[in-house]
Write a protein that binds this ligand. Structure first.
Ligand code: GDP
Ligand code: GDP
Length: 443
């Protein structure tokens, strides 16, 4: 299973950021330089008993401060429902249950997502105060007492969160279906593509209360294969543009990428690659997913016979880390080449899960070394001893060498290219792990 996503929601001052920090410790990665998303901690990856997880503090997402608490919490709930495997609703012992808590509890309960009700600020170890019983009124099951300041109860909580994530059934899990995330900045045409593919007459999810389990991902089957489009509720809802939704669109893209096999990075063909596109493409690359760059709105792009080639080169130049990705020019509006997109998804997904035999790999390695001598330093020459592929998605290779320091980036790039030249691996990042002989470290 990929990393489960836990999202925290709750009123201001119940202790969400304190709780977030406690659960994550120091390992914080901040989503930043995205207009609108605050630089607060809203997203982090943590680890519990060697199992990785993703934590989102929905309270950290900038929400209009004039909004009433209930409205803010509804927005948090919406984000949590859309992105999380398990929702952690935080309350606190001192203030008890408020009207907003009750409304929000009803909302998240309807979503069908697993929920953990946490009562924070229960600082006295060993004593569970009677006030905790009040929280049963929320109808979210047993409240878990926690002290975020002391860390009390946080281990039990993570145990429970993993347990609930394990059997979360709110996603379409068809082993054969390829999971596809369509990502890109607002207005490039993501929802138009999804609508084109799924047909206009499907129910559009209109509000949080109406969000149903199956509306989050959409299953689609045609003669090219079986596909699950991830988080289509979020994409489609965007049609009624809402400022706050734009603010977390980047976070959402990141979450969708975590769960996909293939990411479709959508650009506006008329604009080329923008800074925000680069950032979004970076998520897919770093997550090791199959990647396809789609330049949309081809129907209204000024073009002549050379435009496509020129633009393909431009994309490769502007997304240099993703030169392996095929570029497809489509119109989500007219459906031009959308057919071709399905072929590519299938192809790229296969490339992303390609397994190459150790024998073949070592042949390539020894040919490569013969063609271009490995670098040396102070009389010591790099020796490439052995290569093997321990895992796929993305294809990951371990190369054993005599001395890691001699294996410079440029020579690694050369080896990577030799592997790609022999096996294609089009549309997928690959990882190369370098080990010294006798080195047993696990990364
Ligand atoms: P947020 O607005 O929900 O993110 O809340 P904060 O994390 O900023 O916390 C609000 C206040 O509650 C701060 O003064 C925290 O120090 C305090 N607080 C948070 N967790 C606990 C706790 O477990 N026990 C106590 N006593 N105070 C806490
Ligand atoms: P999203 O924010 O990425 O989901 O973008 P939308 O699908 O909502 O599209 C934004 C606008 O671009 C809408 O007015 C669409 O009709 C228009 N649009 C999307 N794809 C195309 C396309 O391929 N060609 C043309 N001409 N317009 C498009």
């Amino acid at each position: 299973m990929s990393k489960p996503v836990f999202a925290i929601i709750g009123r201001p001052n119940v202790g969400k950021s304190t709780f977030f920090n406690k659960l994550i410790g120091q390992r914080i990665s901040i989503i930043e330089d995205t207009p609108g998303v605050t630089r607060d901690r809203i997203y982090a990856e943590g680890e519990w008993l060697n199992k990785p997880f993703i934590l989102i503090d929905t309270g950290g997402i900038e929400i209009n401060s004039e909004d009433a608490i209930l409205k803010q919490m509804k927005m948090q709930a919406e984000i949590a429902i859309a992105t999380a495997d398990v929702i952690i609703m935080l309350t606190e012992i001192g203030a008890g249950v408020t009207a907003a808590d009750i409304d929000v509890a009803t909302l998240i309960q309807k979503s069908g997502k697993p929920i953990i009700l946490v009562v924070n600020k229960v600082d006295n170890i060993g004593q569970t105060p009677l006030e905790i019983y009040e929280f049963y009124n929320l109808g979210l099951g047993d409240p878990m007492p926690v002290s975020s300041v002391h860390g009390r109860g946080t281990g039990d909580l993570l145990d429970k969160a993993f347990e609930l994530a394990g059997d979360s059934s709110n996603r379409i899990e068809d082993e054969d279906a390829i999971k596809v995330a369509v990502i890109g900045k607002p207005n490039v045409g993501k929802s138009s593509l999804i609508n084109n593919i799924l047909g206009e007459n499907r129910v559009i999810v209109s509000d949080v209360a109406g969000t149903t389990r199956d509306a989050i991902d959409s299953y689609f089957e045609n003669d090219k294969g079986k596909f699950v489009f991830i988080d289509t509720a979020g994409i489609r809802r965007h049609a009624k543009v809402n400022e706050t939704i734009e603010k977390y669109s980047v976070l959402r893209a990141k979450m969708a990428v975590e769960r996909c096999d293939v990411a479709i990075i959508m650009l506006d063909a008329r604009e080329g690659v923008t800074e925000q596109d680069t950032k979004i493409a970076g998520f897919a690359h770093e997550a090791g997913k199959g990647c396809i760059v789609v330049a949309n709105k081809w129907d209204i792009t000024d073009k002549n016979g050379k435009t496509m080639d020129k633009m393909r080169k431009e994309v490769q130049h502007d997304l240099p880390f993703m030169s392996y990705a095929p570029v497809l020019f489509i119109s989500a509006l007219t459906g031009q080449r959308v057919d071709k997109l399905f072929e590519l998804i299938d192809f790229v997904s296969n490339q992303n899960s390609m397994r190459i035999s150790t024998g073949l790999l070592n042949e390539i390695l020894s040919d490569a070394v013969t063609k271009v001598q490995p670098p040396s330093d102070k009389g010591k020459r790099l020796k490439l001893l052995y290569i093997t592929q321990p895992s796929t998605k993305p294809p990951t290779f371990v190369i054993f060498v005599n001395n890691k320091d001699l294996f410079h980036f440029s020579y690694q790039r050369y080896i990577e290219n030799q592997i790609r030249n022999s096996f294609g691996l089009e549309g997928t990042p690959i990882r190369i792990i370098v080990r010294e002989r006798g080195d047993k470290s696990s990364d």
